[in-house]
Design a binder for this molecule. Structure first.
Ligand SMILES: [Zn+2]
Length: 81
């Protein structure tokens, strides 16, 4: 049974998935799989252990924060787009 797991902090979409999914297809809080893939750098290769996945998600989180900070700075300078 699929259920709402968490809300992605980047795109604010609800992540709906099987709660007991295992392995590389599992969504890890607080980023959805899409944001993790599009903001992350040096994503883990297939067969990598979970710590590489976590490291990739941390780099994605850093990029999300950086993007958000740039957006706040821009709107403070030039107003809301
Ligand atoms: Zn997301």
């Amino acid at each position: 049974m699929m259920e709402r797991l968490f809300t992605c902090i980047s795109c604010q979409r609800d992540v709906v998935d099987y709660p007991n999914r295992n392995g590389r297809d599992r969504a890890i809080e607080p980023l959805c799989k899409y944001c993790e893939g599009s903001y992350g750098e040096r994503l883990p290769q297939s067969g990598a252990f979970m710590d590489r996945r976590i490291a990739g998600q941390i780099s994605a989180l850093a990029n999300v924060l950086h993007t958000r900070a740039m957006s706040i700075e821009w709107s403070g300078r030039y107003g809301k787009a």
